[in-house]
Ligand binder design. Structure first.
Ligand code: HEM
Length: 353
């Protein structure tokens, strides 16, 4: 290659690398959405979407026949793969029944165990600790600027918070690292930006199994789950979903605040009416919906207000919409309603981070 050719190739490579942040994220997101749509195939109905308009979303999503959570949706299989170990006991993937009730009750009990004041104290304390560590690592107090990735900054905070919410005692540093390692690995794989590293996830499972055997948390864990499943349950719900969702929500909130100085000032002034911060959070979540696919797999027909023939809506969802359907029990020979192809039958499958 001539010198001019080499220079031109070099310049093109530099330009491509420099422009990566501008086009690569969009490309990855677009690919992910296409992948999801393809995986669910004709079975999936995005809601809200063309078939289920916004006005009908709540009615379809909340209908008793839309109560399947996982089985029968191809996209769920993919999520099981991403979420392992233990996706089969993740609350989002448990089918309605005693095990679901047992697990959902435990989650509520653990989360409701702290008063609002205790939550505020806990989150403030953990945030201060992580920010102090950052100060120490980056030049000590007084250093004016730190470059951080907000999600990476938030994950240790929420790892500590949820550890204490579950075990009601401060999170040891090495356990925090295990939790962050697990949560980071799951969410990066889910976003298609990294491969899975099961060794990181298994290390947390091993810790939790040991901990449950010797010193279980004060809130009794679901009695219908085995000890191994209880460890998976805590890992999936509190040390993956809770840590990831809250860290990402906080990263978005911080970005929103950083780019809206007047809102920041109003919050800092302390003169705003109660609930102002809640409004800011809600609006941020609307602007930057978190990654998530909430499935509903239909088990029977769902009457549609807009369609007098009472078509079957098949499955429903959320920020990355998708829905699938399965054959209602005892109806395997029935003819599907117009526009509603049937799935061959129940099979394991599931949502998100
Ligand atoms: C801003 C933060 C969060 C957002 C935006 C969020 C969003 C969602 C969405 C969209 C769903 C699907 C709902 C459905 O299927 O109808 C869901 C389910 C769930 N989330 Fe979150 N979440 C957040 C925080 C958390 C936290 C902190 C926990 C802690 C335990 C949690 C645990 C769960 C569980 C267990 C489910 C399954 C519920 C069920 O199907 O019974 N989430 N979340």
């Amino acid at each position: 290659m001539s010198r001019v050719g080499r220079t031109a190739t070099g310049a093109a490579a530099v330009a491509l690398t420099a422009s990566l942040p501008y086009w690569l994220p969009r490309l990855v997101i677009a690919l992910r959405v296409r992948l999801f749509a393809r995986v669910n195939g004709e079975e999936g109905i995005p809601a809200p979407g063309r078939e289920v308009p916004v006005e009908e979303f709540k009615q379809v999503y909340g209908h008793p026949a839309a109560n399947g959570r996982s089985r029968g949706a191809a996209l769920s299989d993919l999520f099981w793969y991403w979420l392992s170990p233990g996706p089969e006991v993740h609350q989002e993937h448990l089918e309605p029944g005693p095990r679901y009730d047992d697990v959902a009750r435990t989650t509520r009990q653990i989360l409701a165990g702290l008063s609002r004041e205790r939550w505020s104290e806990l989150v403030g304390r953990c945030t201060r600790r992580v920010l102090d560590e950052l100060d120490e690592q980056t030049g000590g107090y007084g250093a004016r600027e730190h470059r951080v990735r907000l999600r990476d900054l938030m994950m240790p905070v929420w790892a500590e918070v949820y550890y204490e919410v579950v075990f009601r005692e401060p999170c040891p540093r090495h356990v925090r690292d295990l939790i962050v390692g697990n949560a980071n690995d799951v969410v990066s794989a889910l976003k298609c930006t990294s491969l899975r590293h099961m060794d990181r996830r298994n290390r947390l499972t091993a810790y939790l199994r040991e901990r449950l055997a010797s010193d279980p948390p004060p809130v009794p864990l679901p009695s219908l789950l085995s000890r191994r499943e209880q460890a998976y349950y805590l890992q999936g719900t509190f040390f993956n979903t809770a840590v990831v969702q809250t860290s990402e929500a906080m990263a978005h909130l911080l970005l929103a605040l950083a780019t809206h100085q007047s809102v920041q000032d109003r919050l800092l002034s302390g003169e705003e009416e109660d609930g102002y911060l809640d409004h800011v959070i809600n609006e941020t979540l609307q602007h930057f919906p978190l990654f998530g696919v909430a499935h509903r797999i239909t088990i029977d027909e769902i009457p549609r207000a807009a369609d007098p023939r009472y078509r079957r809506a098949r499955s429903c969802c959320s920020t990355t919409p998708s829905i699938s359907g399965r054959e209602p029990p005892g109806r395997s020979g029935s003819t599907p309603a117009a526009g509603c192809p049937r799935t061959p039958g129940p099979r394991p499958s599931s949502r998100s981070a």
